[in-house]
Design a protein around this ligand. Structure first.
Ligand SMILES: Cc1cc2nc3c(=O)[nH]c(=O)nc-3n(C[C@H](O)[C@H](O)[C@H](O)COP(=O)(O)OP(=O)(O)OC[C@H]3O[C@@H](n4cnc5c(N)ncnc54)[C@H](O)[C@@H]3O)c2cc1C
Length: 433
């Protein structure tokens, strides 16, 4: 049975239908429909308990590509990683990539994903020129910022609820080669992060910070600022960084989580020490953009009980004190894991009615599932996020309350008018009990 990346909640029953032909109609069924890309969402936006999942990976064709303008037409089930491997050697890069390349174009649109360049490029949806949407009444609608514009806005970040995206036209951005010029700059505490972010954040098109979520006291919020830009053309005859797929796999489900207070503390301290000496260097794009893809099935280290990701955004005016309060609460809980990420979102408006990114700062981190202990922590974090006027990312959620969703996404009622009556998801039923 397809799952989401954190393997929570467990879905026991759904009908599975593999789609191959983008020109075929939707299956005739009484149960609610939902597209499934590659299950890299955390939580239940890609789940449909008791319904029908339309598996889209068979619709994975590149249709046309204009090498002069960088405009790409493709089917919605193609993976971003496959597009990159094909386009980068020709001098074109996807405009926005998240922290894994193993997501489909349809999934990137339905969660309106963001990357390390949000402050200069906005979300994935901003770069979609048009897309075809197949509705359950059999209609195929071309949508774009100017044609069926409201349906377009509802489909970007629309969590797969407005119908099946079959074909997409995207604008790529130029890149000289497959290399990145990167710099890792350590900072000893949270104030140093803000100072660094204000001083040099705008100089780099890609920025993100790793945060040691177990550091407390004077070291609260210490971490490493990771900046990057596409490398300039390289002189001929110079040995350049290469990349070979040496990815390893965790071969089976561990019965329990390998992560505990001690292993996380040890990992974070080591990472901080190593990063202190990383400096400026040329790197292949793969390890820079997708470091976690080097260990396939890394989600298995959390054991059979699965895990949660908590990703929130706080508006800029409350970000400094809000992030401090969140990190303090997480550090004292001793539950945070090593994947804590802090990133500033820029001012470019997201095109989707339900898009998560908005001006401010986003914090994301994983938590082993310790049942009620973890839920008590989340309740406290929710209060802090709500009182700062923030929101949680539906694409990373398996437990937010209806109130939290409606407050964080005030356009939800308008969005609901565009939901295809035959489409639904476990997430959507949870938000509309
Ligand atoms: C290691 C890791 C790092 C990540 N980093 C980031 C990050 O930096 N930024 C970020 O924003 N996200 C990030 N994510 C989340 C991930 O990018 C999103 O959840 C993405 O949407 C997953 O795409 P998918 O193809 O796996 O789709 P799924 O998870 O299978 O589905 C996601 C949604 O897309 C809908 N959908 C899929 N295909 C279609 C279609 N053809 N038509 C209509 N709806 C469709 C589904 O119904 C569902 O609602 C990360 C995830 C992982 C595992």
């Amino acid at each position: 049975m397809p799952t989401s990346w954190n393997r929570l909640p467990r879905v026991t029953h759904a009908r599975l239908i593999e789609l191959q032909d983008r020109n075929a109609g939707l299956p005739d069924t009484d149960s609610p429909l939902l597209a499934w890309g590659n299950g890299r969402s955390y939580g239940d936006v890609c789940l449909n308990d008791g319904g029908t999942l339309l598996l889209t990976q068979g619709m994975d064709r590149l249709i046309t590509f204009d090498r002069n303008t960088g405009v790409l037409d493709c089917e919605a089930g193609i993976m971003l990683g496959d597009i990159l491997r094909w386009c980068l050697p020709q001098g074109w890069m996807l405009p926005v990539v998240p922290g894994t390349q193993w997501i489909t174009v349809g999934g990137a649109i339905a969660n309106d994903v963001h990357g390390k360049n949000h402050h200069v490029a906005g979300t994935f949806g901003r770069h979609v020129l048009e897309m075809e949407l197949l509705r359950s009444d059999g209609e195929r609608l071309l949508t774009s910022p100017t044609v069926n514009a409201e349906l377009f806005a509802a489909t970007i970040g629309g969590l797969g609820l407005t119908g099946l995206i079959t074909r997409v036209r995207l604008r790529m951005i130029p890149a000289n080669n497959e290399l990145m010029l990167t710099e890792g700059i350590p900072f000893g505490h949270l104030d140093a992060f803000w100072e660094l972010n204000d001083r040099i954040g705008g100089e780099w098109p890609y920025t993100v910070s790793w945060i040691d979520c177990v550091a407390r006291g004077r070291r609260l919020g210490r971490g490493v600022f990771l900046a990057g830009r596409h490398a300039p053309p390289q002189p001929a005859g110079v040995r350049l960084p290469q990349w070979r797929d040496h990815s390893r796999s965790i071969p089976f489900d561990l019965p329990f989580s390998l992560l505990n207070r001690h292993s996380v503390r040890g990992f974070n301290a080591l990472y901080y020490r190593v990063a202190r000496s990383s400096g400026r260097r040329l790197q292949h794009y793969q390890p820079y953009f997708f470091p976690l893809d080097g260990i396939r099935n890394w989600n298995r280290v959390y054991g059979r009980k699965g895990f949660y990701q908590y990703q929130c955004v706080l508006p800029r005016e409350h970000a400094r004190e809000g992030i401090r309060a969140l990190l303090r609460r997480i550090a004292t809980s001793g539950q945070g894991s090593f994947l804590a990420v802090l990133k500033t979102f820029g001012d470019m408006p997201s095109p989707g009615l339900l898009s998560f990114p908005r001006p401010g700062v986003t914090l994301a981190l994983d938590f082993s599932n310790h049942g009620s202990l973890t839920h008590r922590l989340f309740a406290d974090l929710d209060d802090m996020v709500s009182s700062a006027g923030g929101a949680l990312y539906p694409g990373k959620d398996a437990r937010m309350s209806v109130t939290m969703f409606r407050r964080g996404f005030p356009q939800w009622e308008r969005f609901a008018t565009f939901v295809d009556p035959a489409f639904s998801s476990t997430f959507w039923r949870r938000m509309n009990p």
